[in-house]
Design a protein around this ligand. Structure first.
Ligand SMILES: NC(=O)c1ccc[n+]([C@@H]2O[C@H](COP(=O)([O-])OP(=O)(O)OC[C@H]3O[C@@H](n4cnc5c(N)ncnc54)[C@H](O)[C@@H]3O)[C@@H](O)[C@H]2O)c1
Length: 354
């Protein structure tokens, strides 16, 4: 019998696929169940290398679907949840906030209710609900002032961050009200392979390659704290195993960049790797009208995670960003596929009728 039966939601997405691979490989004695609806952002190609691993099962399904969740808990004896499934793109949330409430709020609440139903009878013995969230719930910082910590008040500005904030509150409410063992982490911006190319870094690498415009919001003054995706995953691993029940942990890269500066850095490395003259693609930059409600600066103080759990990121930004750009340039087929929509057929090819 498996030591743990872990339900990872959103495991076909960007961070989720890195997390699923890491857990499947590192913990052969755990059974890993990946529940994903396969929206435009979910792609089973991300997990091709482990799809036949004996401790891995993929289930196509929606976290809002109570019956599917109940069947999963029943059939597989789920004892832990690591919840990543979400709508995640801020621009999409500006256009269609309701979709974000459905998955991020109602989906999270549905999952909490099913977990409670199955776990409460065992007095939650050996159970854990781990909720993966974002630093965007804390709002925005001044350019020269302070950092987000676990004690910051919630002040979300976009429909995306408002929906994630709401989900965080529901998770905490299940700890306070029903004594469900929960833990929450709030992480800064991730970068790395397999991120859907609507997000800044993969979008720009792809556009540079194809000599397309690079749309920069406002003057590119907004500041983000960037973390390589594998370092986020190692933090999740530590928090999952050693985090204190009921606590929040902030995860960040101590790696702040103004958008315009990180864009210039991406241009410089991408041009170099493509054999172009240095700075040749700078001319592709196009400043466009700023996103409404665009937060100025995010930056995380992750002292608690470092001090209490001994976490340290393993990638320097120089190494991480080069590895990331190389991956996109070497995986043009992946980029073409996810932008063409063909990959939606992958599930049917691979899993239907199994
Ligand atoms: N990307 C970041 O920089 C970042 C930073 C901090 C926290 N996070 C959080 O980490 C989590 C994962 O982010 P990501 O960037 O990997 O997202 P993503 O958009 O790449 O992937 C989301 C995944 O969730 C799945 N999904 C969406 N709705 C679903 C539903 N109703 N039921 C089941 N599955 C569904 C999608 O198919 C997709 O595979 C999110 O909760 C996000 O808020 C992301």
């Amino acid at each position: 019998m498996a030591e743990k039966s872990i339900l990872i939601t959103g495991g076909a997405g960007f961070i989720g696929s890195h997390l699923v691979r890491y857990f499947v490989n590192k913990y052969p004695n755990y059974s890993i169940f990946n529940l994903d609806k396969l929206t435009y952002a979910g792609n089973l190609e991300n997990l091709k290398d482990i799809e036949n691993a004996p401790n891995y099962t993929f289930i196509k399904g929606d976290i809002c679907d109570r019956d599917t969740l109940k069947k999963l808990f029943e059939k597989y004896g789920i004892d832990s949840v690591i919840h990543l499934a979400a709508e995640t793109h801020v621009d999409r949330s500006v256009n269609d906030p309701l979709e974000f409430v459905k998955t991020n709020v109602i989906g999270t609440l549905t999952l909490l209710q099913v977990a409670k139903e199955f776990w409460q009878k065992d007095n939650y013995e050996g159970k854990l609900f781990y909720h993966v969230s974002t630093d965007e719930v804390f709002g925005s910082l001044d350019l020269d002032g302070g950092y987000f910590t676990e004690d910051c008040k919630y002040e979300p500005h976009s429909p995306y961050s408002a929906s994630k904030a709401s989900s965080d509150h529901f998770v905490r409410s299940f700890y306070d009200t029903y004594k469900m063992p929960i833990v929450i982490s709030n992480c800064s911006n991730n970068y790395g392979p397999n991120q859907f190319p609507e997000k800044l870094i993969p979008l720009f690498i792809n556009n540079i390659r194809h000599n397309r415009e690079l749309p920069v919001y406002g003057k590119g003054e907004n500041v983000r704290d960037w973390l390589y995706v594998e370092d986020h995953v190692s933090a999740i691993d530590l928090i999952f195993h050693k985090g204190k029940i009921g606590e929040t942990y902030c995860i960040g890269g101590k790696n702040e960049w103004k958008n315009i500066d990180i864009i210039k850095r991406v241009i410089s490395i991408t041009d170099e790797l493509l054999g172009r003259e240095s700075g040749a693609s700078l001319k592709l930059i196009k400043f466009v009208t700023d996103r409404p409600g665009h937060d100025l600066r995010y930056a995380i103080d992750c002292t608690k995670l470092e001090r209490e759990l001994g976490w340290q990121p393993s990638y320097t930004f120089d190494d991480g960003i080069r590895k990331c750009i190389e991956w996109y340039l070497n995986n043009q087929e992946w980029l073409d596929q996810v932008t063409s929509g063909d990959y939606k057929n992958y599930y049917d090819k691979m899993y239907k009728g199994r």
